[in-house]
Ligand binder design. Sequence first.
Ligand code: NDP
Ligand code: VHF
Length: 410
Amino acid sequence: MTIVEMMESIGAKARKGADALRDASGETRTRAIRAMAAKLRESAPAILAANAEDVAGATALVDRLRLDPQRLEGAAQSLEQVAGLPDLVGTDLARWTRPNGLDIARVRTPIGVIGMIYESRPNVTADAAAICVRSGNAVILRSGSDALRSSIAIHEAIAAGLVEAGLPADCVQIVPTASRDAVGLMLQGLDGAVDLIIPRGGAALVERVSREARVPTLGHLEGLCHTYVHGSADPGMAVAVVANAKMRRTSICGATETLLIDRAAAPALLPAIAAALDGCELRGDAESRALVPMKAAAESDWSTEYLAPILSIRVVADIGEAMAHIELYGTGHTEAIVAEDEAAAELFLNRVDSAIVMWNASTQFADGGEFGFGAEIGIATGKLHARGPVGPEQLMTFKYIVRGTGQQRP
Ligand SMILES: NC(=O)C1=CN([C@@H]2O[C@H](COP(=O)(O)OP(=O)(O)OC[C@H]3O[C@@H](n4cnc5c(N)ncnc54)[C@H](OP(=O)(O)O)[C@@H]3O)[C@@H](O)[C@H]2O)C=CC1
Ligand SMILES: N[C@@H](CCC(=O)OP(=O)(O)O)C(=O)O
């Protein structure tokens, strides 16, 4: 079988899976997700063995690739949380009656077949499967190639859970090859089978998606996140929030990459912030370097998502300059302000046009689990359909159902 034939067959099966998922009861979808969690636990030895092989072959970003019993248990618990979310398929968003008696309802419906392309983080395979099942969507998963063995092992457990609940295994399929040709074919839509592509990744993926996609996309893209320390910031809070935003986990898309700090606050605060960023390389503009010894930031630093213990630092005159910097260099993911001045904070929250804007909190909270969604598809960085953490509710569209009694338009 050629890769084209294989992918078209996956697409055709996904379409049937989507029909089955949409027609199933909410209770069946819940049972399926719970069974997926149970199968994940049962399959732990096989999944961990596959993961060990992936880790042995990987060269970069091994931390996010590695699974251990605790992380796998965390993934199973996320699935149970998703199972506990309300099933929204077929529920009303709004309903009203027209003067002519027509009853009109705006009703939530699944999108259909989703093609998801994501990085080498195995838990995403389980999270995305659960969120798609919860929202009644079939999904074709294209895992990052470094995690392919782990993702295939996780997918086996997911498929077994679906079957146990009486749903077709094809509701959730995985692309069983690391060939990027499969990505190209998904972007073409698999002969009309794919309704939506979700790309979750960095610049090379973005470039290919924008060049080749023939179906709608919901981008979950780079996170060049900023934390801005306003002149009114509480010093202790500023130090703690910046340290967490940068260093809690440096490889995630919600990690802060650039610190902006008010000129008025920098002399007192920057040395304390630098001291709290133990193990982090600092790259600053001239004003920052006059306060704390560090490397000089190049122009390219302002537009670099390090995903590593490196922080670029710029001293700004005021909130206007901070927001202008974010507008120029940000990727629309997550930005935070640390401030006691409520008016300044409200200005920042209203004006900064990113998917998530935060006040006195770490950008590392950019996460569906932290928002109460149980798990996430990712952080949507575009402006249409959904923004920020995407859970089941965001993976739905709607249609209008109009019920009449024989009305005719005059
Ligand atoms: N907004 C969000 O929710 C999230 C955003 N991210 C972002 O993802 C990036 C980090 O992840 P990283 O692993 O580097 O992501 P990559 O973009 O390298 O990989 C993501 C996926 O895209 C595929 N891919 C990448 N380039 C191409 C291409 N040219 N053609 C076909 N497929 C391609 C990869 O395949 P292959 O394995 O073959 O390389 C992989 O499956 C960061 O920018 C981070 O911010 C990460 C997680 C969540
Ligand atoms: N949103 C998730 C992480 C998502 C993410 O960025 O993943 P990755 O780029 O694979 O490290 C979290 O905050 O844990």
